[in-house]
Write a protein that binds this ligand. Structure first.
Ligand SMILES: [Zn+2]
Length: 238
């Protein structure tokens, strides 16, 4: 464990220790080292992790954290958060996070109790990490479209079976995203090219498609800003 950039002080403490596991809770990544020590990472908007299988090269100065063996190395750059934490800090962090659709033990009901009493629009609730963990801007827009839900519906107006269906779809989409390492939310029959791998221009229903015709009904896709993030939707389907 090293910090070529010098900004991860705990590198010296962890160097040579056993890396026992890696974990992800929503957007929080953790390397678990022996002795109940974790490296807590949040990539923010610009952070990147790159893993390379030998040969180990000389790291660039911007590398905050490097893990290396004689077979591979992993570099972390641009992350707003990279720090060593103990069990207490980890527990506090996890308490503040809503269920993560990618985790098998996640309980959608936990999110539902917050959604059902909220006056916030469902589009804002989906991005609130205390309600649901790990949903980013693309998944938010796409899952709302696929559910035919108006993004501005208040949480408390959403029926519980509507939430359960939304959760199941989030699960499906996010798992597919992990497998493919990209986000494709369109069904083949709604793509310009229906066969084969979805092209980039065919990957989403609404995200990034302002003023383009809806793939289902032809209405122009709209965009607005909601709490500092761009929100896309079809005013007719949703
Ligand atoms: Zn539409």
């Amino acid at each position: 464990v090293t910090s070529p950039q010098g900004r991860f002080d705990a590198a010296a403490l962890l160097d040579g220790e056993l890396l026992e596991d890696t974990e992800a809770f929503g957007k929080h990544l953790m390397y678990r080292f022996s002795g109940e020590r974790w490296v807590h990472i949040h990539l923010g908007l610009f952070g990147k992790i790159r893993t390379v299988h030998t040969p180990v090269d000389t790291p660039r100065e911007t590398v905050r954290l490097r893990l290396s063996t004689d077979q591979w190395f992993t570099d972390l750059v641009g992350a707003p958060r990279c720090a060593m934490i103990g069990p207490d800090e980890r527990a506090t962090l996890l308490e503040r996070l809503g269920p993560d659709p990618l985790r098998p033990e996640a309980d959608p009901h936990e999110a539902w109790t917050r959604i059902a009493r909220s006056r916030q629009p469902v589009a804002a609730l989906l991005m609130n990490q205390q309600v649901v963990a790990g949903v980013g801007n693309v998944f938010r827009a796409e899952v709302l479209f696929r559910s035919g839900l108006n993004p501005f519906v208040e949480g408390r107006a959403l029926p519980q079976d509507g939430w359960n269906a939304l959760w199941e779809d989030l699960r499906r989409l996010m798992r597919a995203g992990v497998r493919a390492n990209r986000i494709v939310s369109t069904r083949p029959e709604h793509r310009e090219r229906r066969r084969g791998r979805a092209r980039r221009s065919d990957a989403t229903y609404v995200y990034g498609r302002t003023d383009e015709p809806c793939r289902v009904c032809g209405t122009l896709i709209r965009r607005t800003d909601l709490m500092g993030r761009r929100l896309y939707w079809c005013p007719s389907c949703q």
